[in-house]
Design a protein around this ligand. Structure first.
Ligand code: MV4
Length: 511
């Protein structure tokens, strides 16, 4: 018998807490917010049905306090806790503590988190499940001799990675044997101080890969589906800046897309995954090969682009799964329609190399209009950028085609006004104008190559001209076609599959 949550705590803040509260409200579930000193009047506190103060402004004194959060959840008599992303969301000990206290953790089991926490262990699990991994080691390096032998076997260039590392920290490219041991020792020291564990291992270094990830959903009955891919190659120092769905790289390669989706489901099943998760792949455009990189055992920042192209509410799906509900859809029901792009708007100053810019928002005009969504955790008057992640909002758009989505994003960015702090809005606009972004032919080196560490530099005037001409030409072509409902290249693929968009339309009595 599936449970029915009456009350859910959101152990998070900012835009993601607001996002989770919205789905709870639509499902008739009461919401409980928690807040630090700095967040007393934050939007997530105002929106929740109840709110409890849990400590000081620094995360370690509030949003990371497992004991206080669980005690507060018990006091508020919640049935379940949604962790959002960041903070305690990938802490397996937190999952166990929530469960031990008799509540439901809205996310995967602690065991799945633990097995995906170590990169070498995750690689072993994936190899056993026939999921392709980057050629390389299955265990950490134990000696210089082992490192030499392994690197020779893999072939240079190799990449040294920390088994417990994340976010690109502690990675080192080695192009020649004479550098191997020094690099390995440096990587071990960095890993020990950064992650408390000095295990490092080798992988073949893939030059210029794309980052493509697959959203999966798994229920407690053993059903698992994927919701296709997100393209996340536009990153800066391992922080995603712009994400989109679908990936421009896979538009002409449906067989690669299908294989990646299947591999993601195999990966989720192999680690006993339940709830929403994301399987990250490196995609090598030179060979069209893809490789498992890691599994993110949480709801991700960029989940809205998947929501826009599939018509699903991922937080609702998470809540239903946590209630023990079987998946509401089968793989054959999942279809992606059109194109969605997300720009992360953060309180950072592109002209100082993206240094966080703290301050009070003194004026705010949020974009609006058709197919524009703003997920924001701040309002006019909010103080930002001191204690937490500088992400202040996510601007997400949908269009029937990639070109229309780019144009719509550019328009929405032009409407967006934030005063009092510097934001990444102007930078995002530059990317939308960049011919290489528009072409879809980019990889994870895009920002570093095109902005040379100086993202305030505008692309050459002629490049902007070319981009605008490309868009104008595209628009002229589109003028012959009608809107998305009858546009053959934006309809759900011609295999007769239904999707949430269509189903929603049917339920509403539309044709
Ligand atoms: C790689 C790679 C090339 N070859 N592994 C960076 C973060 C970490 N999650 C994995 N990363 C990479 N692993 C091999 N064998 C290149 C990267 C990489 C990267 C990956 C995804 C998105 C952005 C990136 C930026 C630089 C390097």
């Amino acid at each position: 018998m599936p449970l029915k949550f009456k009350k859910v705590m959101i152990a998070n803040r900012g835009e993601i807490a607001v996002r989770v509260i919205r789905s709870c409200r639509e499902m008739g579930i009461r919401t409980v917010a928690v807040y630090s000193d700095a967040d007393e009047t934050a939007p997530h506190v105002m929106m929740a049905d109840e709110a409890y103060h849990i400590g000081g402004s620094q995360a370690k004194d509030s949003y990371l306090r497992m004991d206080v959060i669980i005690e507060t959840a018990l006091k508020a008599s919640v049935d379940a806790i949604h962790p959002g992303y960041g903070f305690l969301s990938e802490n397996a000990d937190f999952v166990d503590a929530v469960t031990a206290a008799g509540m439901v953790f809205i996310g995967p089991p602690g065991s799945a988190m633990r097995s995906m926490g170590s990169k070498t262990q995750a690689r072993r699990v994936m190899i056993d499940a026939d999921v392709p991994v980057v050629p390389g080691d299955k265990t950490g390096l134990e000696s210089d001799e082992e490192a030499y032998a392994s690197a020779r076997n893999i072939g240079y260039p190799v990449l040294i990675k920390a088994a417990m590392g994340g976010g690109g920290k502690g990675m080192r490219v080695v192009r020649a044997e004479e550098d191997l041991i020094d690099s390995m020792n440096a990587a071990k020291r960095e890993a020990l101080s950064g992650f408390g564990d000095d295990e490092v291992y080798l992988e073949k270094f893939i030059e210029g890969p794309r980052h493509i990830e697959i959203q999966v959903l798994a229920d407690t009955q053993g059903n698992c589906i994927h919701l296709y891919e997100r393209e996340c190659s536009i990153q800066r120092r391992h922080q995603k800046v712009i994400e989109e769905a679908p990936s421009p790289a896979l538009e002409t390669l449906p067989e690669v897309r299908e294989a990646m989706g299947k591999a993601a489901v195999q990966a989720a099943k192999a680690c006993g995954y339940v709830n929403a998760g994301t399987v990250e792949f490196l995609y090598d455009p030179e060979t069209s090969e893809f490789y498992f990189l890691e599994m993110n055992t949480r709801l991700q920042v960029e989940h809205p682009v998947t929501e826009f192209v599939t018509g699903l509410d991922l937080v609702r799906e998470m809540l239903l799964i946590a209630q023990g509900h079987p998946l509401t859809i089968e793989q054959s029901d999942v279809c992606h329609t059109g194109h969605s792009i997300e720009c992360r708007i953060s309180a950072e100053d592109p002209s100082t190399g993206f240094l966080p810019d703290a301050g009070t928002i003194s004026g705010l005009n949020r974009p609006d209009g058709p197919w524009v969504r703003v997920d924001s955790g701040v309002t006019n008057g909010s103080e930002v950028g001191v204690y937490y992640d500088p992400l202040v909002a996510k601007l997400v758009v949908w269009g029937p085609t990639r070109e229309s989505a780019i144009r719509r994003m550019h328009r929405a960015l032009s409407e967006y006004r934030v005063s009092g702090i510097k934001t990444t809005i102007p930078f995002a606009k530059l990317v939308m104008e960049h011919p290489r972004f528009i072409s879809g032919d980019f990889d994870t080196r895009f920002i570093e190559q095109e902005y040379q560490g100086k993202p305030e530099i505008t692309p050459p005037e002629e490049a902007i001209q070319a981009a605008m001409i490309a868009l104008a030409l595209y628009e002229r072509d589109q003028a012959h076609k009608s809107n998305f409902a009858s546009n053959s290249d934006s309809e759900p693929s011609s295999n007769g599959k239904s999707n949430a968009w269509k189903m929603a339309g049917k339920q509403a009595g539309m044709r």
